[in-house]
Structure formats: C-alpha cells, structure tokens
Design a binder for this molecule. Structure first.
Ligand code: AMP
Ligand code: ZN
Length: 474
C-alpha cells in the first residue's frame, strides 16, 4: 500500500515498524458538544484505513483520544453551571452513539486526557531534565529552539516563524504579560485559573496543554514510534508539529513514520460555521438519513480531496447506497431460491476471472493512498456485473460466491452494511396506519398526509386500495 505522507509530501510504500503490526493514533474530538459532520470525516476515513489494514492481515492497534479538558469545555460548563467533567462525560457518550450509527468501530483504546495526568506530568519532567522545557511562575513551556528540526511536518522555517511572531513578541514584552524565553515557545502545563479543573503538579496546581496529551497517550498505548498518526489537515500546525517536538525530544526516536491528514468538509461550498448557519451535527443528519448514508457520502471522495456537503449530494449518496442494497438483495434472493445444483464451470470461471478482477480493482484503489472513491466504483462494477449475470437460471452457489466478496469489500472494509437499516416494526406501521384512517374519518387531512410522509421517510409506501390500505417497504 502507498500512503501520502505529509512529512515528505509524497506517496510512500507503507512499511510498519514491526512486521505484521500497525499502531495508528488519530486525534479525536474535543467533547463540549455533539460532534459535527466535519469531525465525522476523519472518524470514518481512518476507521476505513484500520479496516483495510486488518483485511490485509495486519494486527492493528488503533488509538483515538477524547480531549476532555479544554477551554471550550470549561466555557460550556461555566455557562451551564456544572462541573466540566459533566459536560465531557455527556458528550463522550453522545459521540460514541454517533460513532455506532456511522459504523465506526470503537478504538482499541479511547484514552482521555483527564485520566492520564500522572503520565503527562512525567513527560513534562523528562523534557525539563533534558533541557527542552522550562518553568516560569507555574507555567511550563517547551523550548522550541532546543529542537532543531521544528517545522519539518508543516514545512515551515523556524526563522520565518520567528519573524512572524516579532510584532506579537514586541507587544507582549511591552505589556510585560509574557514570560516566555522566546515567542515560539508553547505551553506544556498551564497554572490553574479560578473556576477551572486542576491537578497537583511539581509546578503547582494546573492542567496539561492540548498538544502534550497526544504525545503522552500515543506513547503509552502504542509506543515511542507510531506507524501512522492521523487527523484533519488543520492539525498539521501547530498541533502535530508540537507533538513531534515534544515526543522526539523526550523519546529520542522518530515519533511517527507516516502522517495522514484529511481535507476539510465544507457545506454548500463554504466553511462550516455556526454563525453562517451552515453547520450540521451528525445527529442532525442521522435524524433524516441512516448513518450508513453519511458514511457512504464521506467515502465517496478520496480523503485528501476537499468534500462538499449539500442536500443534493447527500440525497445522491442515499441513491447510490440503494443501488448497492438492491444488488445485494438480488443476490440474497438467488442464494435462497436459486438452483441448489453445484456451481457450473461457466459460473466458476466468472468468479475466477471477472469477480476476482473487481476485487483486485478494489484493492488497487485502496492501495493507492486509500482511494475509497475508486474502490466504490469497483463495487458498482461488481454489482453491475452481478445484475446482468445472475438470473433465474443461476445456481445459489454462484450468487453466494459473488455475495461473499461483496460483503467483505463493502461491510468489512468500507463499513457499509449490505442491508437497509433495521426495519421499522410492523406493529408501529399498523398503528400509524390506523391513526391515519381515523384522521381521514375525522376529515383531518393535514394529519393524514403528515402520517403518509412520516411513513415514507421510514421507507414505507402506502397504497389505498378497495380492500383497504396496503403498505410496502420501498
Ligand atoms: P476538534 O474537535 O476540532 O479537535 O476536531 C476533531 C477532528 O475533526 C480533527 O481531526 C479535526 O481536524 C477534524 N475536523 C474538524 N472540522 C473538520 C471539517 N470541517 N472537515 C474535516 N475534518 C474536520
Ligand atoms: Zn492530537
């Protein structure tokens, strides 16, 4: 497999540190609210990477954190008058529900910053001992100039960064607010402020800086050198650059062999923002569409291409997914009702040639820097082939041979299940139909139409016949 490595800005052959094993660390969300659909992009993309590597036979250790101590969480907690842990615990649970809806597998470990404080303090101490960090009045800073390769991930030059900071540094020095040795230095440990959660440390009560969390938790749950570190492209600088500085200064070894960054998701071609009103949570979308549709939508583009979200685009994903469901349904039907005779020589030849060819096409797309867009095209070709070659004369064994491959590619690798979401219960449908019949008797046609639409949204179509109301699952 070839992976585009942000470090070298080119596609490179993937070779893990230890043969057969892969350690992946993905920066997770800050839990102060429901996650938005932008946050879902790295979750879905890197979950698919994990699934693909597992399919290729690797043992994958997948670690993704929850940032549960942060200014945004504290602000929300203060607004609501509750302890910040109440906010973070609530939104971790909600995030896990969204992940399940999107069929994102739980990580091997989901570390939380607040549960790892002793290890964070230990890393700060190591950095101070090695001359890479210093304390000033309860704040500990990383000494950027002590790490000569600073800037290697974001391809920034340390002197350019310094000159960019000059004005700010002048202003700070004039006001006397800043105690840093150098404006480039960043915070590892910050002292407690009134109303903030804090932990005891050798530098007084305080809390860890955001960048430190990921360096500490990735080392603890994966090791000194990660195979792949991933996240959204906004994290390249300063977050990931600072993680590299901290980890390599502390551990004396390369922090991560490969760095993968997903491009951003926009809405109606604009940056997602609450104030512009173009902002959706995963929960907003999954009220209307099955989580599978959102997953399919995210995978319909290669992860380094910017992706645009709109009502039309999500609807066309729903339609695309339907074609996959229908193809799978037809195969299942033949598996059940087709001839139980042994597979014919002609059918076996098609499995060996065409079907194997589509699987190869899928693998090649995924091997090319996780090109899920082309991988989905391979699935469509497989479905098209199946639709035109599986018919009433086919053996069940032939249909099964195709279905098995389709299931591995779609369900195991892309995480897209081959069955429509759990069916709405018949009893619920019947109850709504009875309510609609009553509403019509009462001449409340508005309510009757509303119920028809509600049912349609659940995939249930009503037919008014002379024998009464009949319904079908679409
Ligand atoms: P945050 O909670 O802001 O730290 O974000 C969690 C993850 O979501 C990070 O990997 C971000 O890079 C990613 N992310 C945030 N917004 C977007 C977006 N609009 N499109 C794609 N990824 C995003
Ligand atoms: Zn991180």
């Amino acid at each position: 497999m070839r992976i585009y490595n942000t470090l070298d800005r080119k596609k490179e052959l993937f070779k893990p540190v230890k043969e057969g094993k892969v350690g992946i660390y993905v920066c997770g969300p800050t839990v102060y609210d429901y996650i938005h659909i932008g946050n879902a992009r790295p979750m879905i993309v890197f979950d698919t990477l994990r699934r693909y590597l597992t399919y290729k036979g690797y043992e994958v250790n997948y670690v993704s954190n929850f940032t549960d101590v942060d200014d945004k969480i504290i602000k929300r907690a203060n607004e609501e008058g509750v302890p910040s842990i109440e906010i973070s615990e609530k939104y971790i649970e909600e995030c896990k529900k969204d992940m399940a809806e999107l069929n994102v597998l739980p990580a091997t470990t989901h570390p939380q910053a607040t549960l790892e404080i002793p290890d964070m303090i230990a890393m700060v101490q190591e950095l101070i001992e090695k001359g890479h960090a210093y304390e000033k009045n309860g704040t500990v800073y990383f000494r950027v100039r002590s790490f000569p390769t600073y800037g290697k991930l974001s391809h920034k030059n340390i002197d350019d960064l310094e000159s960019g900071h000059r004005d700010e540094s002048h202003a700070l020095k004039v006001t006397g607010d800043d105690e840093k040795e150098d404006p480039l230095d960043f915070v590892l440990w910050k002292p407690k402020k009134e109303g903030e959660p804090a932990w005891e440390s050798p530098w007084g009560e305080g809390r860890p800086g955001w960048h430190l969390e990921c360096s500490v938790m990735s080392r603890k749950y994966i090791g000194g050198t990660l195979d792949i570190h991933a996240g959204g492209e906004d994290l390249i600088f300063p977050h990931h650059e600072n993680e590299i500085a901290q980890s390599e200064a502390a551990n004396g070894q390369q922090f991560s062999k490969y760095w993968m960054h997903n491009a951003f998701l926009k809405i109606n071609n604009e940056k997602m923002s609450k104030s512009l009103g173009n902002f959706f949570t995963v929960r907003d979308i999954t009220k209307k569409y099955n989580g599978q549709v959102l997953r399919y939508f995210m995978l319909s583009a290669q992860y380094r291409t910017p992706l645009n979200f709109s009502a039309d685009l999500i609807q066309s994903s729903a339609n695309g997914l339907d074609r996959i469901f229908n193809g799978a349904e037809k195969l299942r039907d033949t598996m059940e009702k087709g001839s139980k005779a042994p597979i014919t020589a002609e059918e076996q030849a098609m499995l060996d040639k065409e079907v194997a060819g589509f699987v190869k096409q899928f693998d090649e797309a995924m091997d090319d820097d996780l090109n899920t867009a082309d991988a989905i095209s391979a699935i469509f070709e497989l479905i098209k082939f199946s639709n035109s070659n599986v018919n009433e004369n086919s053996t069940a064994a032939f249909a099964e041979g195709i279905y098995k491959e389709l299931k591995v590619l779609s369900e195991d690798v892309l995480g897209i299940k081959l069955e429509r979401k759990a069916q709405v219960l018949d009893s619920d449908i019947e109850a709504l139909i009875a309510e609609r019949t009553q509403a019509r008797k009462d001449k409340n046609f508005a309510r009757a139409d509303e119920i028809r639409d509600e049912l349609l949204a659940m995939g249930i179509e009503l037919k008014d016949t002379r024998e009464g109301v009949k319904w079908i699952r679409k």
